[in-house]
Design a protein. Structure first.
Length: 217
């Protein structure tokens, strides 16, 4: 992925004496005229069959369905962390966490129940993308080890793991998810937060020019 800067020749009036003016869409060069909107271009993805293309479309629908929940989890965690720093009493901290948990549960329980197993798996990965922590670790830090074990065991009944990580450099599906997020952001479909993880987006397209792993079912 790379940015393409807009370029426009500005036609001067007939009585203008001097050099022609040019517009460059950058922040460092002198400009004249109307600023053009930055255009983001992506390297094309190549699919070897219609089946692969259909799987990508399905993955795109699932990813865009659950990303708002991952973003919300990250935002709530930031708010929670800031608030907890100002609370000195352990008892008050515990009460505050419980109150926030109940608020989130009451607000989003019904919506989260509607997620499919595949959507839930993507959501777990995206929480890791957003926060830099696995869902298992977040639950363990905010509650206790037994709660984390309980949630992990419950998730395993649906063939999900709260310890799943997001790794677009080594997992082809995760790379496609990142591609989907970036393209959706470029199209103005989502408000994409920077990842809390470390990877080079440009290098991913070179790395995955030829898929090494099939999509996870």
């Amino acid at each position: 992925m790379f940015s393409a800067f807009g370029y426009t020749q500005i036609e001067p009036p007939e009585d203008f004496e001097g050099e022609r003016l040019y517009q460059f869409e950058t922040d460092s060069l002198p400009q004249a005229g109307i600023r053009l909107q930055e255009v983001v271009l992506f390297q094309p993805l190549k699919f070897r069959s219609m089946k692969e293309l259909r799987e990508y479309v399905i993955l795109r629908n699932r990813t865009l369905r659950v990303y708002p929940y991952a973003k919300l989890a990250s935002d709530r965690l930031d708010t929670l962390s800031i608030r907890l720093e100002s609370i000195k009493s352990k008892r008050k901290k515990k009460a505050y966490i419980k109150r926030i948990e109940k608020f989130i549960y009451d607000e989003f329980e019904e919506e989260l129940k509607k997620l499919s197993r595949s959507q839930g798996r993507i959501l777990i990965k995206l929480v890791h993308r957003q926060t830099g922590e696995t869902t298992h670790t977040l639950v363990k830090e905010l509650r206790n080890g037994w709660r984390a074990f309980f949630y992990q065991t419950t998730a395993s009944l649906f063939k999900l793991s709260l310890k799943d990580t997001y790794d677009p450099e080594n997992n082809y599906e995760d790379f496609l998810i990142e591609d989907i997020l970036q393209r959706a952001y470029g199209d103005g479909l989502i408000d994409l937060d920077p990842t809390a993880l470390t990877y080079n987006l440009d290098s991913l397209y070179t790395l995955w020019k030829a898929p090494k792993n099939p999509l996870v079912k």
